[in-house]
Structure formats: C-alpha cells, structure tokens
Design a protein around this ligand. Structure first.
Ligand SMILES: [Zn+2]
Length: 72
C-alpha cells in the first residue's frame, strides 16, 4: 500500500485503486448514467455530446473509456 493521488479529485489516499473511496462511489454513479445514455442512443455520440447530456466532465469520460468502464 502506498499513497496515491486520486485521478478524479486530486486528494491523496491509500489504496490499490487509482481513485479514492469517495470518488469510487461517484464513478459508479457516473458510469451507470453514461451506460444508460449510450444504451438508449441509436446514433453514435461524441465525448462532448455525452458530457453535455450527462453533465459529466469529459476528462472523467475519457478515463472511463481508457479503463474500459464504458464501451464507446
Ligand atoms: Zn477522489
């Protein structure tokens, strides 16, 4: 275990994850929201479209895509 800087809020924390516990909860809610939007959309959305529809920061959306939390 080592101190890490949270990828989402920038706070230091001790964990094996890339984000702190509080952000993990927020991430899960955001991922569920994004998957719902993606699942309901018949056309392909850009990251900016997704961000505008969901209110979620594009950098967070990019992180979810990089970690394969959402399929885009
Ligand atoms: Zn955090």
């Amino acid at each position: 275990m080592e101190f890490k800087r949270c990828n989402r809020c920038g706070n230091f924390f001790v964990s094996d994850n890339d984000i702190c516990y509080e952000c993990e909860i927020k991430d899960r809610a955001d991922i569920a929201k994004l998957n719902t939007i993606l699942g309901n959309s018949s056309e392909s959305l850009s990251i900016n479209d997704l961000s505008a529809t969901s209110g979620i920061n594009p950098s967070n959306i990019n992180r979810f895509i990089e970690n394969n939390f959402i399929s885009f």
